[in-house]
Ligand binder design. Structure first.
Ligand code: FAD
Ligand code: UDP
Length: 364
């Protein structure tokens, strides 16, 4: 008999299992994929750790979370500084003095602020959608070249129909600072995320290729409590309908050259280019291998059966989610956790903090 049957070997499941094992509890992790790690899984190709489900950069401002994750890996000093390619012109991201200098040839914060102030005049009142929010933050020129096409590709909808908060995730800086994140701590685990996750799950029983929902009764009899990190709508048999997601298709290619684009992440912000960005995986770990591996990312509308990536947190889906959440609250014998069960975009640090909180709730 196990104390916990943990459904999903992603970061939430791994932290929960590690902590419970440390407290002397017996855990079994069920994973429907053929590998551990959930979406942070990396696979070695040509000696390079390839981020199979999208580029993952660990960043946090919470020292405790940073120290926690550093138990399991030696993090390097990688800083995410993506480039934006608009019709062959290169701009630094996030939006900062390097971007503005390239756009307008103005070198001082005062000159840049004056241009943006002039351009934002077209927005009257509080921004009502992503387009208005973007223009009011960085002006129309930056919006047209670096935001409009990229956002429309990523979300499959025009910018004036999207919520303003999506673009507020990105910093706007009047300094020459290309760090995409404002968090205090940042890096990539040496040897890849899969190695890190193996360390977390060391000594814990894991069953791969096993979908909990196909055999719920069997697993319930094997454990005192279930921890579920899969999709919440699937758990309740889609009784209120399926929650919408955006999906991503990755086209991964090995190239017989040592350096393809000179940077880990290059965004293609023109609508005419069908992919949103190109990841060159070796640069996350400053690789010097003779060959290189790149992934082109194509954003797609999600359909049942596809891999869910980004929750579409619009009013309609939030309303459906809250019905599922009510059902989940009425099922106290199951712990629901992680990005799929909460239908939420969580960064990795937030997932760790959530799992640690649930462990504390269980043991206090
Ligand atoms: P998951 O990793 O999805 O794990 C859930 C696991 O449960 C999966 O392995 C799944 O196969 C399994 N499962 C589901 N249902 C069942 C079932 N019925 N039976 C058995 N197993 C099941 N965060 C950052 O901090 N930095 C980044 O740079 C970053 N980049 C991202 C890029 C992309 C494209 C995306 C989509 C996310 C990114 N994130 C990033 C977020 C990060 O991926 C998540 O925080 C993290 O992976 C969530 O872990 P999780 O355990 O909640 O979910
Ligand atoms: N964005 C953009 N141009 C870029 C990068 C981002 O317009 O070159 C916008 C886009 O709307 C995106 C949002 O900023 O949805 C948030 O970007 P982020 O990099 O956080 O997206 P994610 O990492 O989730 O793919």
């Amino acid at each position: 008999m196990y104390d916990y049957i943990i459904v999903g070997s992603g970061l939430y499941g791994a932290v929960f299992a590690y902590e419970m094992k440390k407290r002397g509890k017996k855990c079994l992790v069920l994973e429907k994929r053929e590998h551990i790690g959930g979406n942070i899984y990396t696979e070695e190709i040509e000696g390079i750790n390839v981020h199979k489900y999208g580029a993952h950069i660990f960043h946090t401002s919470n020292k405790k979370t940073w120290d926690y994750i550093n138990q399991f890996a030696d993090f390097n000093h990688f800083i995410n500084s993506p480039l934006a390619n608009y019709q062959g012109e290169l701009y630094n991201l996030p939006f900062n003095m390097n971007t503005f200098y390239k756009m307008w040839g103005k070198a001082t914060p005062d000159e840049v602020a004056a241009i943006i102030a002039e351009q934002r005049k077209e927005i009257k009142g509080a921004p009502q959608n992503l387009e208005e929010q973007a223009i009011s933050l960085v002006g129309r020129d930056v919006y047209e070249k670096l935001i409009k096409g990229y956002t429309q590709k990523q979300w499959g909808r025009p910018c004036d129909t999207l919520p303003a908060f999506i673009i507020r995730r990105l910093p706007v800086r009047y300094t020459y600072d290309n760090n995409y994140f404002s968090d205090r701590y940042q890096g990539i685990p040496g040897g890849g995320y899969t190695k890190m996750m193996s360390k977390m799950l060391d000594g814990i029983d894991v069953k791969l290729g096993t979908d909990y929902l196909e055999n719920r009764e069997k697993w319930r009899q094997k454990g005192r409590k279930i921890v579920y990190t899969g999709a919440i709508d699937a758990y309740f048999d889609y009784c209120f309908g399926a929650l919408a997601y955006r999906s991503v298709r990755f086209e991964t290619e090995i190239l017989e050259k040592s350096n393809y684009q000179g940077n880990a992440v290059v965004n293609y912000t023109d609508i005419q280019v069908p992919y949103t960005r190109v990841i060159e995986h070796k640069h996350f770990e400053f690789g010097t291998q003779p060959n290189t591996v790149i992934s082109r990312e194509y954003s797609e509308e999600w359909q049942l059966g596809m891999e869910p990536y980004y929750p579409v947190n619009d009013a309609e889906n939030e309303a459906i989610f809250s019905k599922y959440k009510t059902l989940a609250n009425q099922t106290p014998s199951i712990i629901f956790g992680g990005r799929l069960a909460d239908y939420k975009y969580y960064d990795m640090d937030k997932v760790i903090e959530l799992a640690l909180k649930h462990v504390a709730d269980e043991t206090n």
